[in-house]
Ligand binder design. Structure first.
Ligand SMILES: Cc1ncc(COP(=O)(O)O)c(C=O)c1O
Length: 468
């Protein structure tokens, strides 16, 4: 254990007190093979500048994931640090319990309601995407109790969805790694089809017919379960961690007809898509979604401070308010709901988005990004290169003609991601789909650097993939 007599850090080498050794002794890493990490050790990132980060030995990496889809303004936006410092010296903490409030919370809620793609009545703040998704589930349950619909509690998520890791959120995250060995999902959660035409489309089926079929399947699921037992459908406009799944253009039109018909709320999980990623301010605008609740996080504060938000519609708010009046209090919220520091950072982030017209910036470079990404479609190892706006993925396959995946899954993706890292490029392998989600402030020249390095990494990894 690190103690007061621990010598100062000494690089990532093998010395007993290097950062690497101390990490391996003390840190439990999310989304990491913990046993393998004991010998492999970490990549220690020391600082960031623009779209690049630098490790503790000074090597530079172009960050093609914006961290975890979050650092929309890159890694050195000084205005956000200044906003945090100013807030810390004015009011370092206050909460919203029992009717207390503060200016950053008030202004941020107002701003989010103003800019949202649908009419919302109130904003609940939390600290992470997962907490906001869990909150959406709890609020759906609470509101349906208030509305005298105590059976209307099931939540439907799509296969391969990612909604976070807290217990309700992980029950909606339909990826085996998030549920296996965690005794999840919880029973009120249901699954419907994933809108991935490349993998799920049937021979001869058009993309439009595929979208219609998925809506029919949802309709049938709802009828089989009973619409009176289903509270909500939750959906990411573009599915992120499940492999960057871009839905057919009309998919959400069809899906929303079904949810509206059955009086089922639609929760848009905009944790990745929110704030410009898909080429509009919200993914809901890109796909014409009119959600009843909307979850925001990540780029809400450009990733500089932990904060998330759940926006709720007027009818849901009215139900919550009625029930809280009956019970005496609305029994939900976090110590750090709208902590003043991240709230101030988020407000400054939104000011920057407006001043610099972040959506126009994305629209200016996204054509180039998509062209470079989709050029990999011709590569013999690539099954599908897909994306929209400034998000995309390249899916590797063992057989391009049959779309046969690699076995074991994920190995080829990991080899390419490792080769990329050696070439100074960080992106993310999600199984054998390699994701790209760069800072929104990226230039065309930097986009070229990403894909030039990726091409070199793919070439370097090809013989290793063949061997494995
Ligand atoms: C769509 C989506 N929802 C929810 C989450 C969970 O957010 P967090 O990791 O902040 O809990 C994520 C995280 O990547 C996400 O991509």
């Amino acid at each position: 254990m690190a103690g007061p007599d621990t010598p100062p850090e000494s690089g990532t080498g093998t010395a007993a007190n290097s950062l690497s050794a101390r990490d391996r002794r003390n840190v439990l890493h999310p989304y990491t093979n913990l046993r393998a990490h004991e010998t492999a050790g970490p990549l220690v990132i020391a600082r960031g500048e623009g779209v690049r980060v630098f490790d503790d030995e000074g090597r530079a990496y172009i960050e093609a994931m914006a961290g975890l889809w979050c650092c929309s303004l890159g890694f050195s936006e000084s205005r956000l640090g200044a906003a945090a410092a100013a807030q810390m010296s004015t009011l370092p903490f206050y909460h919203l319990f029992g009717g207390k409030s503060h200016k950053p919370a008030i202004e941020l809620a107002e701003r989010l309601i103003d800019m949202a793609p649908a009419p919302f009545a109130r904003v609940l703040f939390a600290n992470s995407g997962s907490e906001a998704v869990d909150s959406a589930v709890k609020l759906a349950w609470y509101a349906n109790n208030a509305l005298g619909r105590p059976k209307k509690k099931k939540i439907i998520a799509r296969k391969r969805a990612y909604h976070g890791v807290t217990i309700a959120a992980a029950s909606l995250t339909n990826l085996p790694v998030n549920q296996t060995a965690f005794d999840l999902p919880l029973s009120p959660m249901l699954q419907t089809s994933c809108p991935h035409f490349y993998r799920e489309g049937r021979p001869g089926e058009s993309e439009e017919a595929f979208a219609e079929r998925l809506a029919r399947e949802l309709d049938e699921l709802i009828k089989a379960e009973g619409a009176d037992t289903i509270a909500a459908v939750i959906a990411e406009p573009v599915m992120g961690a499940g492999g960057v799944i871009v839905p057919p253009a009309t998919y959400f039109d069809h899906l929303q007809k079904v949810t509206l018909k059955h009086d089922i709320w639609l929760i848009a999980d905009e944790v990745i898509c929110g704030f410009g990623r898909t080429g509009n301010m919200f993914g809901s605008e890109t796909y014409g979604i009119k959600p009843d609740m909307m979850v925001l996080a990540k780029a809400l504060s450009a990733g500089y401070a932990p904060i998330s938000a759940l926006l709720v519609s007027g009818p849901i708010y009215e139900a919550l308010a009625d029930k809280s009046a009956e019970i005496g209090s609305f029994g939900h919220g976090f110590t750090y709901s709208a902590h003043p520091l991240p709230a101030a950072v988020a407000l400054e982030t939104l000011r920057i988005y407006e001043e610099r017209d972040i959506v126009a910036q994305v629209q200016c470079v996204m054509g180039h990004f998509q062209a470079r990404l989709k050029a990999f479609q011709d590569h013999p190892l690539v099954g599908e290169a897909r994306g929209i706006g400034l998000i995309g993925a390249i899916e590797l396959v063992a057989d391009k003609a049959t779309k046969a995946p690699f076995t074991p899954p994920g190995r080829a993706g990991a080899l390419v991601a490792r080769a990329s890292q050696e070439k100074g490029l960080i992106h993310r392998a999600m199984g054998d789909s390699l994701a790209f989600s760069p800072p929104l402030v990226i230039s065309e020249a930097e986009i070229d650097e990403i894909f030039d390095r990726f091409a070199a990494a793919l070439e370097a990894a090809t013989p290793l993939i063949a061997e494995n």
